[in-house]
Design a protein around this ligand. Structure first.
Ligand code: CO
Length: 212
């Protein structure tokens, strides 16, 4: 895509919106009330709004390499806290994708400079599920499985965050969902995780609720 073309696209997009609704940008500027927080991969092929058919204002979005929720990452922490406490989103989605470069790198140990730290938590996911993963003979199926397991672990990481737990105990929200985007078909797959049940199993370790 030509650099200059981006601004021509932008003009065309503005006209398209205004043709449908002359007050479109007036309404857009008045505020946001998204019901969803989407945490996905930075991969350029996984365009969150497009694949969900979402309109501006409907989804609060955070993307990083391999859709990770790392407790020391102030960026993702701030995004989650703002979405849960202030926007009061009803659903938080962690969306991974097949053919994820970050996940692939975690399966192939090598020195990747700055990326070493970032990929370490992914390698931890591999270690946690090593038995299951190493039993899968087909390398591509193993890769796909780690994509799915990473989504599950990141959903679990969400429930370890204090602001998520506080809101959860108070209101029952947000609901946490794990998805995978299949780049081969364009299909969104709901992993059908039951995170309330999953959290109950680890609650005695991670629960932050004060004991009375
Ligand atoms: Co990716």
């Amino acid at each position: 895509m030509d650099y200059k073309h981006i601004f021509e696209n932008n003009e065309a997009w503005i006209q398209e919106k205004l043709n449908l609704n002359p007050d479109y940008f007036k309404q857009l500027a008045s505020g946001q009330q998204p019901e969803y927080l989407y945490i996905g991969c930075s991969d350029s092929r996984v365009t969150a709004e497009d694949l969900m058919g979402a309109q501006p204002g409907e989804v609060f979005i955070h993307r990083n390499i391999a859709n990770q929720i790392i407790p020391t990452d102030t960026n993702v922490n701030a995004v989650v806290q703002y979405a849960v406490e202030h926007l009061k989103v009803k659903h938080v989605i962690v969306c991974g994708h097949y053919e994820c470069g970050g996940v692939k790198a975690a399966l192939n140990p090598s020195d990747m400079g700055q990326l070493n730290n970032w990929l370490q938590t992914l390698r931890d996911v591999y270690r946690l599920h090593r038995e299951e993963l190493d039993c899968i003979e087909d390398a591509h199926k193993r890769f796909d499985k780690l994509v799915e397991l990473n989504v599950r672990e990141q959903c679990m990481n969400l429930l370890k965050l204090d602001h998520v737990q506080k809101s959860w105990y108070k209101t029952g929200y947000p609901k946490v969902h794990g998805w995978v985007f299949d780049v081969h078909t364009g299909r969104l797959l709901d992993l059908g995780l039951n995170m309330e049940k999953e959290f109950l199993a680890i609650r005695s370790i991670y629960d932050l609720k004060p004991i009375h």
